[in-house]
Design a protein around this ligand. Structure first.
Ligand SMILES: NC(=O)N[C@@H](CC(=O)O)C(=O)O
Ligand SMILES: [Zn+2]
Ligand SMILES: [Zn+2]
Length: 432
């Protein structure tokens, strides 16, 4: 199958400018990129792009697909469709399912289901400890052999430093990244649901202090130092955590970090009222933290963006601020939100944003995706940079409608997504 994406634009990596180009897809690969390719080839299908932007398929190294066990929140089928609609072609899913992804069979089952569902490439992340209980390590070698790309107990922090140290030693031997949800439970109070700051104070809500994150970041950097492990910090949110990662990187330690769109765009001051749509872990922190996260993303201290797409049911999110589960969805809004609020405002260049959502996560995890190049896998996302649209959660393909961004307007909507040369999502009616 030969497919020509005609009259598109691509990002010139040397100038950062948009240049007119066609992309010829042959089978699973990008065969050619250049102007007016139509003159020289016969193809099976021509897709007219009308000047829209062709990007490498986006990569999200932190999402929750909820299957097995929590299919009311999301399934592999709905989550990967949501990914495709958001322009993501590769997603890494966290192991806090039921059962927890702590067995090779579960890893294989997720990969098999994802292959059938077909919306996006799914890379399972397996648990560090059995049941993510923080006690007994899982069998990293067997999990890797089954296809796990990393280990994480996301959802909870590994409380015992001895367990974490042993995990790092074993992961280093197998060259598996240790992906850490950083949270020290000894610093938490029951019912803690928002940052321990002005909003918590105003509404009399129990707060989550920044140190509960940073103390694990610091601890883990120390523990990882002599092991040579690739240590990755999930959803970094606090200034102190950023400072610790920066120091580790300055010594050449193999530490990476991700930040979510919501921590880049929102802070505690933006929470209108005690509304569980603004409840996520880690919480929205101070304005100062948000500014530091953006600076750190720009200067490379924070490597890339991951959504932490965390779907929950309407019923669960209708509970009170202390009772509702943590987490918000992100796959279907990440690119337009960040394009509109970081690129169009001049805080990041388009090339920076795209790299931090494709090339860099791929490089950090050694994946052969994330760039638009001849000869590479044809994972592609076409984006409309012009049309402004409003976010309507009812239109999400994800089962989760839990977003604090409902009603926000933006540009930069993905309109066409190709996975290994096949169209996996295409926008039908404008405005949907
Ligand atoms: N981030 C969240 O608020 N929630 C995540 C868990 C997690 O990522 O720690 C979830 O699984 O719902
Ligand atoms: Zn987490
Ligand atoms: Zn998560």
């Amino acid at each position: 199958m030969k497919r020509l994406l005609k009259n598109g634009k691509v990002l010139d990596r040397t100038t950062g400018e948009l240049v007119a180009a066609d992309v010829l897809v042959e089978g699973r690969k990008v065969a050619k990129i250049g102007p007016n390719l139509a003159q020289n080839v016969t193809v099976d299908q021509v897709v007219e792009l009308g000047g829209k932007l062709i990007l490498p398929g986006l990569i999200d190294m932190h999402i929750h697909l909820r299957e097995p066990g929590f299919e009311a929140k999301e399934t592999i089928a709905t989550g990967t469709k949501a990914a495709a609609r958001g322009g993501f072609t590769t997603v890494a899913c966290m192991p806090n399912t039921r059962p927890v992804t702590d067995q090779p069979e579960t890893v294989r089952a997720i990969r098999e289901k994802a292959r059938q569902g077909g919306g996006a490439r799914v890379l399972p992340i397996a648990a560090i400890t059995q049941g993510s209980q923080g006690k007994e390590l899982t069998n990293f070698a067997a999990l890797k052999e089954a296809g796990a790309v990393a280990v994480s107990d996301d959802g909870v922090g590994v409380q015992n430093p001895r367990v974490m140290k042993e995990a790092m030693c074993q992961a280093a031997q197998l060259d598996m990244p240790v992906v850490a949800h950083c949270e020290e439970e000894a610093l938490l109070v029951p019912g803690a649901c928002v940052h321990d700051g002005v909003f918590a104070e105003k509404h009399g809500l129990p707060g989550i202090p920044s140190e509960s994150e940073a103390i694990h970041v610091g601890r883990d950097i120390l523990l990882a130092e002599d092991t040579g492990v690739h240590y990755h910090v999930c959803h970094i949110s606090a200034e102190a955590s950023v400072r610790l990662v920066r120091e580790a990187k300055s010594r050449g330690q193999r530490v990476t970090a991700e930040v979510t769109p919501h921590h880049l765009l929102l802070c505690e001051e933006d929470i209108p009222s005690p509304d569980p749509m603004f409840k996520m872990n880690p919480p929205l922190r101070r304005k100062r933290d948000r500014e530091v996260l953006l600076e750190a993303l720009k200067d490379g201290t924070i490597d890339f963006i991951a959504t932490d797409h965390a779907p929950h049911t309407a019923e669960e999110k209708a509970r009170s601020m202390t009772e509702a589960p943590f987490g918000i969805v992100g796959l279907e809004t990440a690119f337009p939100l960040l394009y509109t609020h970081l690129v169009l405002t001049g805080k990041l260049t388009l090339l920076e944003l795209v790299d931090k959502m494709s090339r860099i996560p791929a490089e950090c995890f050694g994946l052969p995706y994330g760039t638009l190049e001849e000869g590479k896998t044809a994972d592609l996302t076409v984006v409309d940079l012009e049309e402004e649209r409003e976010i309507h959660p009812a239109e999400f393909l994800s089962k989760g409608k839990n977003t604090p961004f409902a009603g926000w307007k933006g540009k930069g909507w993905p309109v066409l997504t190709l996975l290994e040369g096949e169209i996996v999502w295409e926008q039908q009616t404008p405005g949907v």
